[in-house]
Design a protein around this ligand. Structure first.
Ligand SMILES: [Zn+2]
Length: 572
């Protein structure tokens, strides 16, 4: 393909909207173009990458016996009402009405539709197991679309669903996906780890995430320095140290305008460990709850949502004033026996603590949790901190940032029970189908290849997903001899099965070299006056900058050899 006849549009400058490295490279290289917040066009270069990723995903799913189908992107309201998620999804679901005033949504996921197929199609244990998958556009009206294609409102997802008869079958299909995902991300050239994860809106069964390190990916992983414990911060558990303070009677202390942990501990000259934070959660039609946490930890809101319900949110200042008679920053658990109080484990037996007095500009000293308040339960409610100890081996825990590339869930019978998808076993007994659900974000693979491999000059595509194999730069293209030599070589390369970009634009060499780096094509061939003299031309590798001088007749052979080498390096 000739550069000047193509839809490639590289940018000289970093676009203003670029929020991260991958976003910058994808925009500057003309792989994607944004047309609204979180909505993108995949230009030919980006689309070729996504097609390569799709093919790898297809091969690995076909290998585990999964069957591809395609479900609609729109779906009527009724099936989502049956599952309860028409309401649960809230503002994140794009909804619309058809001309007959019937409600529809743009599907954010497809569990409901799969279950609809299953309840029509699966009759007996003989029909199981099944794995069905699709590569399909998904729609989620994200509150804050960010980082280009990382958190967008329209995205391409591979989603698969396993339907089996029992837990054993679920283990098997879960593990098959774990292996397939491992191969997919390895073949795409990404470094990643498999970590424990939360089910979120999908359910509460076992789930694992495939997380790749890097900034701007929104996932935080807790990793043990000593053993293989890896967990998303949302579900990570760690051991913290208990703190001991002297017991005393409850007394008021004047803390004018001191609200935050830092302000109060600084003013009273104590450590944050001496403070108890009170965090108040409310939910429509549900009982409010008060969470107590030691001052040196943050709350894990995902645990709250998973445990108490997704509708729970931290209370507004007005709600706080209404329930506690004091402004945020001055509330506490004393005298609040009418509210369910849940306390983080690290506060078990805590005494001599400082907390809000439920009176503006006052705190209290001497809180003894067992003596002074009615605790509903002690739970693990805090976010793990770097330096906490591992629950498996007592090793030290550390945090790293990354991106969730894929996620696998054991759904169990959540959807089949609600939606009535059953089968008859050998004894004619009707049972709910046991399900698993598995997803990969295709654009995330593309973006993370930029994040992990790219450099200050641009993308460095792994050979397996590159939009083209070779970038051919023709210097002095108006010179007849050079143009003829370039034609010969390009014909030989095309015949050899390579996909190539021919850059014979009549512009400066510098721009061509810069564009070749920005586009990140793994192999570059330079045809110019220097090579014409010696009949040897430079072939270089984008990633390592290795350069080879190759005789004109051997160029296709050398490129084949280099392509093999690049494939082998992928898995090193
Ligand atoms: Zn450990």
């Amino acid at each position: 393909m000739k550069f000047d006849k193509s839809l490639i549009a590289t940018l000289r400058e970093d676009p203003k909207e670029a929020e991260s490295k991958s976003h910058r490279i994808l925009l500057r290289g003309g792989f994607i173009k944004q047309i609204a917040a979180g909505v993108h066009i995949y230009l030919p270069l980006g689309w070729r990458i996504l097609m390569k990723i799709s093919n790898i995903i297809r091969e690995e799913h076909d290998r585990i016996g999964a069957q591809e189908l395609l479900m609609p992107a729109i779906s009527p309201k009724e099936i989502w009402e049956e599952s309860g998620r028409w309401k649960e999804y809230g503002d994140e679901m794009f909804r619309f009405k058809d001309r007959k005033d019937r409600d529809y949504c743009l599907c954010p996921t497809h569990e409901e539709i799969i279950t609809e197929i299953a309840r029509k199609r699966i009759r007996s244990y003989r029909d199981l197991p099944q794995i069905w998958y699709q590569i399909q556009m998904k729609f989620r009206d994200e509150k804050r679309p960010r980082y280009g294609v990382i958190r967008s409102r329209q995205f391409i997802m591979k989603d698969s669903y396993s339907l089996v008869r029992d837990e054993q079958g679920l283990d098997k299909s879960f593990n098959l996906h774990k292996e397939a995902y491992t191969k997919i991300f390895q073949r795409c050239g990404l470094d990643f780890e498999i970590v424990d994860a939360a089910g979120g809106l999908m359910g509460t069964g076992e789930s694992k995430e495939f997380v790749a390190r890097g900034e701007g990916g929104e996932a935080t992983v807790i990793a043990c320095k000593n053993c293989n414990y890896r967990a998303n911060l949302e579900v990570a558990e760690g051991r913290g140290r208990f703190a001991e303070f002297e017991d005393s009677q409850v007394t008021d202390v004047h803390t004018p305008d001191k609200r935050s942990v830092e302000e109060v501990s600084g003013f009273l000259n104590v450590t944050p460990q001496n403070l108890v934070k009170s965090i108040f959660f409310t939910a429509a039609e549900k009982k409010p709850i008060l969470i107590l946490l030691r001052g040196d930890y943050d709350i894990n809101e995902d645990v709250i949502k998973n445990r108490f319900g997704f509708s729970y949110e931290t209370a507004t200042p007005d709600e706080i004033i209404k329930y506690f008679g004091a402004e945020p920053g001055f509330i506490g658990p004393i005298g609040k026996d009418d509210i369910d109080i849940y306390v983080d484990e690290l506060l078990k037996g805590a005494r001599g603590m400082i907390t809000g007095a439920n009176k503006n500009n006052y705190h209290i000293r001497g809180l003894n949790l067992e003596r002074d308040i009615k605790v509903k339960d002690y739970l693990n409610l805090r976010k793990v901190k770097s330096g906490d100890k591992c629950i498996k081996c007592q090793g030290e825990l550390e945090l790293y940032n990354g991106l969730e590339l894929g996620h696998i869930f054991k759904l169990g019978t959540k959807y089949s029970e609600i939606l009535g998808a059953t089968f008859l076993d050998e004894n004619g007994v009707e049972k709910p189908i046991v399900m698993g659900s598995y997803g990969i974000g295709l654009e995330r693979i593309m973006a993370w290849a930029c994040e992990q491999k790219g450099d200050e000059h641009g993308a460095v595509w792994p050979i397996s997903i590159t939009p083209y194999d070779i970038y051919v730069i023709v210097l002095n293209p108006l010179n007849k001899e050079i143009a003829n030599a370039a034609d010969d070589i390009n014909q030989a390369l095309t015949k050899g099965g390579f996909s190539i970009i021919i850059d014979d634009r009549d512009i400066s060499a510098g721009i061509k070299f810069n564009d070749s780096e920005l586009l990140g094509i793994p192999i570059r061939l330079t045809i110019g006056p220097k090579g014409m003299k010696s009949n040897k031309f430079d072939i270089s590798l984008r990633e390592t900058k290795e350069v080879f001088e190759v005789n004109k007749n051997l160029i296709a052979d050398k490129c084949l050899e280099l392509k093999d080498i690049l494939y082998r390096r992928l898995n090193e």
